[in-house]
Design a protein around this ligand. Structure first.
Ligand code: NDP
Ligand code: 8X3
Length: 245
């Protein structure tokens, strides 16, 4: 049976790779991102709509339209997220902090709270969260981004407790270094600086993370994959990366 899979932030990187992977399995997709014009290119048969997870009315409209297009939601992939800058806390700006927390934490909550009640009612559903190894170990210049990803861990734990007995699964997929647009966004369009993040090492590709998501979502209904931490072989912790140049 095909599933209705909703993916936030499907216009690039991990979200787009997840969309392609679920589409290849024949699932029905609803994709959202601010750059909605990109979504149709990712998965031509998907329901695609503009979504800004930081704007509650946008989230409300997106979830409503997705259900109207594809029926009840079976799998929600909370992928939309970003980092801004690598300033130490003493040098940081409220604007960047707010953007990260509003997107990575509040945005995820706004989407999830609109999807969960129907899943609870149906006694069926899977919430996938794209966390990060940054949520397991902080690093200099990453305090707020790391905090925003760490915050997802108790949120996932609480959802598991609050939905116990309703056949809801909650999985956190927590990657290390993945070569996507993540660093270009973090460095506000500075491509040479972003390239240095991946220079001389072998990062993960978005497809590697998508495989983890699809695998977790494909387990039998009685199996809940709690957390997958996936890093490149060349990475031992967020800031310990083997480089040949
Ligand atoms: P990308 O920058 O390639 O993709 C980020 C996606 O999030 C885009 O599709 C973007 O779409 C979307 N997005 C950002 N802000 C919003 C918003 N306000 N509303 C809706 N969509 C939004 O990076 P990744 O694919 O790497 O990032 C995906 C997730 O993976 C993030 O949560 C990130 O924190 C996490 N992650 C990334 C790692 C990496 O090394 N790359 C490692 C660990 C975790 P648009 O701009 O069109 O709105
Ligand atoms: C992104 C991974 O280590 O660049 O979540 O912060 S890291």
């Amino acid at each position: 049976m095909t599933r209705h899979v909703v993916i936030t932030g499907a216009s690039s990187g991990i979200g787009a790779a997840c969309a392609r992977a679920f589409a290849a399995l024949g699932d029905r997709l609803s994709l959202g991102a601010r750059r909605s014009e990109r979504l149709r290119l990712v998965a031509p048969a998907a329901f695609c709509s503009e979504l800004d997870v930081t704007v509650p009315s946008s989230v409300e409209a997106f979830v409503h339209a997705a259900i109207a297009a594809n029926g009840p939601i079976d799998v929600l992939v909370n992928n939309a997220g970003l980092a801004r800058g690598v300033e130490k806390i003493a040098e940081g700006t409220g604007e960047a902090w707010r953007e990260m927390i509003e997107t990575n934490v509040l945005g995820l909550l706004e989407v999830t709270r609109r999807v969960l009640p129907r899943m609870i009612e149906r006694k069926h559903g899977h919430i996938v969260v794209i966390g990060s190894v940054a949520g397991h170990k902080a690093y200099v210049g990453g305090g707020v981004y790391c905090g925003s990803k760490r915050a997802l861990q108790p949120i996932c734990e609480a959802i598991r407790m609050e939905t116990l007995g309703h056949d809801i699964r909650v999985t956190s997929v927590d990657p290390g270094l993945v070569e996507t647009e993540f660093s270009v966004v973090r460095f506000r369009g500075d491509q040479p600086r972003a390239d240095k993040v991946y220079a001389g090492t072998r990062p993960l590709y978005a497809e590697d993370v998508a495989e983890c998501v699809v695998w977790a979502a494909g387990r039998p209904a009685h199996v809940n994959i709690d957390t997958i931490v996936v890093m490149p072989t060349d990475q031992a912790s967020p800031q310990m990366v083997h480089r040949t140049s």
